[in-house]
Write a new protein. Structure first.
Length: 400
C-alpha cells in the first residue's frame, strides 16, 4: 500500500525555543510535514511525546500553508523581506538599496524538526520546503537543514543564494556506510553513498555541511570499524564536522526496534535488553565508552566534532562566539569526566551570554563578568582570553 498524503492548514509553523541549541546553534524549529516516508525504524519521531499519528510512515500530513505562515511569523518578529522592500521603494523610483532588510538580529532558521524530513518524497510533489527556502532567502536569514535525502540538490540554487547572502548549512544523517544495515533501519531513505555525494556537491559550491552519525546503532553502527568508515567517508565528502550520539529507545521505538531485531538481528536482542534496562537511553558506562571511541576516531581523522556557529556581523557577535566556545568546552568536559557542576557552570554561562543584550566585551572590560550566571574567577579569565584570541588554553586542552 502506498503512502497517503493529507493536506492540512496549520495554525502556526515556527516553534521558538527559550535558549539556543548548542549542537545545531538554532533557537527554533519547524515541521513542514508530520510523519515521514523514510520509515526509519529507530526514529524517535514515532514517540508519543511528539503527538504524531500512529501510522507515522504511511500517512504524511502536508502543511500546504507553511510558506505563507512563515512569512507572517517572520514579519511579526520584526523581520522584513528584501523583495517586499524593493517592490515598495520601486513605487517611488528608489534605487541602490544597499541596507538590506531591517529588524532584529538575524538568527539561524532550522528547516525541519523532530518528526519529519523536509526532503522526504512528498516534497517532490508539494515543494513546500523549496517555497520556505525562497522566503528565507528574501528575508536574508541563515538556514540549517538536516536530511537523509539527496533531493536537497534540487534546491542548490536557492541554498547557494542564501549562503552568499548569509549562511546555509546542510547536515546529512549517515549512520552506516553498510547498505545492508542501512536498508534494515532506513528502508526508504536515500542510500548513504547518495547522501555523501550530495554533501560533496554542496561543499564544492561553498555551502556549509557535515554528517550526523546519529544515532550510533548499538552492535552495528557503534563499532570502531563502522564509526571510522563513516568519519572517513565524511572526510572524503569534505564534511566540516561529524556529530555523533547514542540511540534512544522510547516506548514506540522500543516495540518497533525489538520486532526488527528479533527478525533480522536476533543475536543483538539480549544486548539491547541489557543496555536499555534502566530506561529510554543506554546505560552511562556504555555511553561514555562509545563517545570516547567516536572522539578518538574523529581526532585521528582530523574531523571536527561540533558544528561551526554562524556569527553575524554586529554587536552580538562577541556574545555568540563566547557562547559557542563555552558550550563546546562543556561538551568536551563530559568526556574528560570533569565534575558535573563545572560542566553545568560553563553551559549555564554560555547560554546566559547568548541571551545578553549587552556586549560581553563591555562586561569584560569593566570587570563585570561575574554578573553572568555561572561565571567565577577562572571562567572570567577564560572568557577574556576567548575575546582576545578566539580560544583559551583550557579549551585547547579539552579538545585533545
Amino acid at each position: 500500500m502506498g503512502v497517503k498524503y493529507e493536506e492540512v492548514q496549520a495554525k502556526s509553523l515556527m516553534r521558538l525555543h527559550g535558549t539556543v541549541d548548542d549542537w545545531w546553534w538554532t533557537s527554533n524549529s519547524m515541521n513542514l510535514y508530520r510523519g515521514c516516508e523514510h520509515a526509519c525504524n529507530y526514529c524517535d519521531g514515532r514517540s508519543h511525546r511528539y503527538h504524531v499519528h500512529e501510522d507515522f510512515d504511511q500517512t504524511v500530513q502536508v502543511k500546504v500553508n507553511g510558506p505563507a505562515l512563515l512569512e507572517k511569523e517572520l514579519m511579526k518578529l520584526g523581520f522584513s523581506s528584501r523583495k517586499a522592500k524593493e517592490v515598495s521603494l520601486a513605487d517611488f523610483g528608489a534605487k541602490d538599496l544597499g541596507e538590506g532588510p531591517s529588524g532584529p538580529a538575524k538568527f539561524v532558521v532550522a528547516v525541519g524538526g523532530g518528526v519529519s524530513d523536509s526532503y522526504q518524497p512528498a516534497e517532490k510533489r508539494y515543494e513546500v520546503t523549496r517555497s520556505v527556502l525562497e522566503i528565507l532567502r528574501d528575508f536574508e536569514l541563515p538556514v540549517f537543514l538536516i536530511t537523509k535525502s539527496d533531493l536537497v540538490l534540487r534546491d542548490i540554487d536557492i541554498l547557494d543564494e542564501i549562503n552568499k547572502r548569509t549562511y546555509a548549512n546542510v547536515s546529512f544523517t549517515v549512520t552506516t556506510v553498510d547498505e545492508t544495515i542501512r536498508k534494515s533501519f532506513e528502508p526508504r531513505a536515500t542510500s548513504s553513498e547518495g547522501r555523501l555525494k550530495a554533501l560533496a556537491e554542496l561543499r564544492d559550491r561553498g555551502i556549509h555541511g557535515g554528517v550526523n552519525l546519529l544515532p550510533m546503532i548499538p552492535g552495528l553502527g557503534d563499532t570502531e570499524l563502522s564509526i571510522d568508515d563513516v568519519v572517513n567517508a565524511a572526510k572524503g565528502a569534505k564534511a566540516e564536522f561529524v556529530l555523533y550520539g547514542t540511540m534512544s529507545m522510547r516506548a514506540e521505538q522500543r516495540e518497533r526496534m525489538f520486532e526488527l531485531l528479533r527478525c533480522d538481528y536476533p543475536n543483538l536482542v539480549d544486548k539491547y535488553e541489557l543496555l536499555y534496562r534502566k530506561g529510554d537511553w543506554p546505560d552511562d558506562e556504555y555511553t561514555y565508552d562509545i563517545y570516547l571511541r567516536a572522539h578518538s576516531i574523529c581526532k585521528k581523522r582530523g574531523m571536527p566534532e561540533r558544528v561551526p556557529r554562524y556569527i553575524p556581523e554586529g554587536a552580538i557577535g562577541n556574545n555568540l562566539r563566547v557562547c559557542e566556545v563555552l558550550c563546546n568546552m562543556a561538551y568536551f568536559m563530559q568526556m574528560k569526566d570533569i565534575r558535573i557542576e563545572k560542566v553545568k557552570a560553563y553551559r549555564t554561562a554560555g547560554h546566559a551570554i547568548d541571551a545578553l543584550k549587552e556586549d560581553i566585551k563591555v562586561l569584560a572590560d569593566e570587570d563585570r563578568l561575574k554578573e553572568v550566571p555561572g561565571v567565577g574567577n577562572m571562567m572570567a579569565k577564560d572568557i577574556k582570553e576567548v575575546l582576545r584570541t578566539g580560544t583559551c588554553p583550557l579549551n585547547e586542552e579539552l579538545k585533545k
